[in-house]
Write a protein that binds this ligand. Structure first.
Ligand code: COI
Length: 359
């Protein structure tokens, strides 16, 4: 089922100022955005309007009590002009799981898909085509009650904006294994894609950056001995015996790139284990020369190799070579997304440019 969206196109496009060959991540936004509002227990007023500021009341409950969740996804345009989305169904499922945990309303699939399709149809000229670039899409929902007390809001907005991007990280990254601060605790909201999880990561990340690292590699909040994820992505470890990645718990974000990479590794008949990975094991593998590679996966980060990990006061450099597993998987995934390789797992949704939206 699709939904009627009221479209108010801009008469002041910024497209001619956009240089697709010179993109920095997250700084330029397309011409339009989607909005709808939740009140009286239902979603209303689906509309696409020129991208711009939104009026906010100082009492807006999302600002005070943090009911705010988001997704990250991407659209691609291939050489034949075909526009694709990668696993949008997974983004919607995760958005609605985050909504449930944060006591927010679910978004119907019809609204999500119609909004996505109509917005990207309107802003399709913004999709960059250079290798490694794409249109990053940010669906998000936040509480809009004007009320001072702490309770689940009765009113929400759901919005989508888009942003042409190239790589999130300029090259390989350095991560510091966190031994003091905690991203998420059992029973908490670590597996929800909620704004507060990112806020909590910033102070420790800034400390790590002062010491020359790009990111924190989070450990479990109880013992700081089990590896979890970085501030932006999931993590994979390649040893001489196969590939490992932390198993999903309620303290880890269930990454869609993570899930896809696990499948691609299985397709190659490489051993992949999802389990608790102890910091001590990682250091043992390193010291025995059995640690081959570490990489992170995420929508923004795509697949990025780690060239150094730090623990306590020690740095552990890793040799990153061309054509290691991480870069092979990155290239395979990019080719699937742009239809240069067969989409064996039905991950790709093509944007139908001719389809009319019906009420
Ligand atoms: C994403 O990868 O889409 C995220 O939400 C992470 C954020 C650092 C951009």
């Amino acid at each position: 089922m699709s939904f009627k969206i009221n479209i108010n196109p801009t008469n002041n496009s910024k497209l001619s100022n956009f240089d697709p060959n010179n993109i920095s991540f997250g700084k330029v936004f397309t011409d339009h955005m989607f909005i709808c509002d939740f009140y009286d227990n239902a979603w209303h007023d689906l509309r696409i309007v020129p991208f711009g500021k939104i009026p906010l009341s100082p009492t807006l409950s999302a600002l005070h009590y943090g009911q705010s969740i988001f997704e990250g996804m991407k659209a691609y345009k291939n050489e034949d002009g075909i526009i694709t989305f990668f696993r949008p169904d997974e983004n919607l499922k995760r958005l609605n799981r985050s909504a449930e945990r944060m006591s927010m309303p679910a978004l119907p699939e019809g609204i999500f898909m119609s909004a996505l399709e109509e917005l990207i149809k309107l802003d399709k000229e913004w999709i960059p085509t250079a290798e490694g670039s794409s249109l990053y899409i940010r669906p998000f929902m936040f509480a809009t009650d004007d009320f001072l007390g702490v309770k689940s809001s009765d009113n929400y907005s759901f919005m989508i904006y888009a942003c042409p991007v190239s790589s999130y990280y300029a090259g390989h990254i350095k991560v510091r294994i966190e031994d003091k601060y905690t991203r998420a605790a059992p029973g908490g909201v670590g597996s929800a894609k909620c704004a507060g999880n990112y806020a909590a990561s910033l102070y420790p990340r800034n400390l790590a950056q002062k010491d020359g690292f790009d990111q924190v590699l989070w450990t479990d909040g109880l013992t700081h001995s089990i590896i979890e994820e970085t501030g932006t992505s999931n993590v994979f470890i390649v040893t001489k015996d196969g590939v490992l990645t932390p198993k999903l718990t309620d303290t880890l974000l269930p990454g869609i790139t993570r899930k896809s990479v696990i499948q691609l590794i299985k397709d190659r008949n490489i051993q992949i284990e999802e389990r608790n990975i102890y910091v001590k094991e990682l250091i043992d593998w390193y010291e025995k020369g059995e640690l081959i590679e570490m990489f992170v996966t995420g929508t923004a980060a795509t697949i990025t190799n780690i060239d150094t990990f730090g623990y306590l006061d020690k740095k552990f450099p890793l040799q990153v070579e061309d054509n290691m597993l991480g870069s092979q998987l990155k290239s395979e995934l990019e080719k699937i997304k742009t239809l240069q390789l067969e989409d064996k797992h039905n991950w790709i949704v093509k944007l139908n440019l001719s389809e009319e939206v019906v009420a």
